[in-house]
Design a protein around this ligand. Sequence first.
Ligand SMILES: Nc1ccn([C@@H]2O[C@H](COP(=O)(O)OP(=O)(O)OP(=O)(O)O)[C@@H](O)[C@H]2O)c(=O)n1
Ligand SMILES: C[C@](O)(CO)[C@H](O)COP(=O)(O)O
Length: 221
Amino acid sequence: MKKIAVIVAGGSGSRMKSAIPKQFLFLKNKPILWHTITAFTKAFDDIEIIIVLPASYAEEGKKIADSFSTPHKIICINGGETRFRSVKNGLDLISEEAIIFVHDGVRCLVSETLIRNCYQQALEKGSAIPCIAVTDSIRIIEGSKNKLLNRENIRIIQTPQTFISKLILPAFQQDYQSSFTDEASVVEAFGKEIYLIEGEEENIKITRPIDLIIAERIIKN
Ligand SMILES: Nc1ccn([C@@H]2O[C@H](COP(=O)(O)OP(=O)(O)OP(=O)(O)O)[C@@H](O)[C@H]2O)c(=O)n1
Ligand SMILES: C[C@](O)(CO)[C@H](O)COP(=O)(O)O
């Protein structure tokens, strides 16, 4: 089956508080976004990639895309105000049947194994959403009180969130809801079941300055 990765890198990175959006910061002499794209090009020779960029950094993003050689087809497109809009802009370029990966441009430590596992499960079940268990105690705030939750039932959700095209493309025709934090929430709101898959501890989202320090320690290439 055809494979298409929509790599969303259209955000501003406000929590990182850096001078440029975090996806363009360097890790081991290469932009974070370059490492993320590399993971997908290594996972599959025949993958097509759509990179979603902030309009004001379209040129920087294009330069990174151009640094990859064929046979990988890489298309760049501008993002939008919300993650939903950015993902939708990428998905709007897809009309054929495919397994579609939606991945955060700032999860640059994702492994080729996880990408391939997501592909396989999405092929079999329609979706593959990587997740990891919680290792801290978890409490929910209820007004002025708080209550312990059973952490056995809690999962931390990652990307690549992977779907068969006939599931994700119609789901993104819905109107935006502020509760949409990821693609699984969009597909679920469309009334479809979501299938989880084991994620990876190292597959962190570079969000705050501390995450960059952690990524520096973990990254291999
Ligand atoms: N309108 C948006 C918002 C986010 N993203 C992308 O979604 C991924 C995960 O989002 P997040 O870590 O929240 O990135 P930012 O929105 O850039 O960060 P912040 O929320 O701190 O501003 C990032 O690769 C980001 O570039 C996007 O493409 N378009
Ligand atoms: C999609 C995601 O990375 C899954 O963990 C997460 O929901 C993105 O959240 P953010 O607030 O947009 O960083």
